[in-house]
Design a protein around this ligand. Sequence first.
Ligand SMILES: [Zn+2]
Length: 310
Amino acid sequence: MRINLVALLIYISTSLCVQAQDTNQLTLEVYEGKYATVNAFILSNGKSVVVLDALRKSDETKGLIEKALSKNLPITHLFISHGHTDHFTGMWRFRDQLPDTQIIVANENIRKDIKSYAIYMNNGGETEGEPALEKPLIPIEIDPKGFDYENTIALLNSYQFEIPGGGSLEVMTDFLPAEQDHMTVLYSKDLNALFLFDLAYNNIHPWLGDDISYDDVANWRTELKRIQERFADKDPIVYPGHGKPGDLSMLAELDKYLDDYVKVTKGASTKKQAYDEMIKRYPSYTERDFFLKWSLINHMRDKPDQLKSS
Ligand SMILES: [Zn+2]
């Protein structure tokens, strides 16, 4: 009887162990960038490492690469989600330091977005508050020592990304133009993790600057509702491009924010008035003097900056 019990315990603990290995193969680490509060992610299956996004300042990317290297596994891919500098700037450091790491995007549209945003930033961009495009990212057509977008960035062109050594990510790109014209969303079944990148912001004023029109804002709200419906039964952990991970309620809050933002910017008579109102409604949100400020400059071009003193 006693022997049987021991045998049973051994059997249970062994099978639990095997099960744990089977289901928990994939691990995830969030790497929080300081500038623009932008996230990068390090995925590992114990055999290889995949990095998602590359941060806004390549100096910070050094730390990201160090962290990825600390796994002592080959870093097979750097996957870039979309064409904004806060997500792709550090990719030149991967190219230089890790020449065997494949830089990859979901499709041609995203590669084109990346290159044209780099050219736009190289021409000054609209947000003088941001640092200039880093020199190694100047397209080679302009500076031969710069970046060869077509030959350095590979295209996935698939709805599934297989992580070398095990595990996969579902790849979604069928979104209306919103925060950027083309966006990638990744879903890991193993981790029940939904990487929404810049379709989601958590407790941070979303970027509505540059060329993000009111139509894009309306599209964005449509997509937020669609994603909530699609993933409601899975109740995934949501990883935003900016801010801490959370759950799907983050999307409802962002939807409300976007609704408020349109009403406030259309109703306010000065940028300052709109700024104060958004801060009053969202007091805990960060990046007010970067993201919110430049969003208001974009949507309230014809309105004065300051309230007239009465
Ligand atoms: Zn971003």
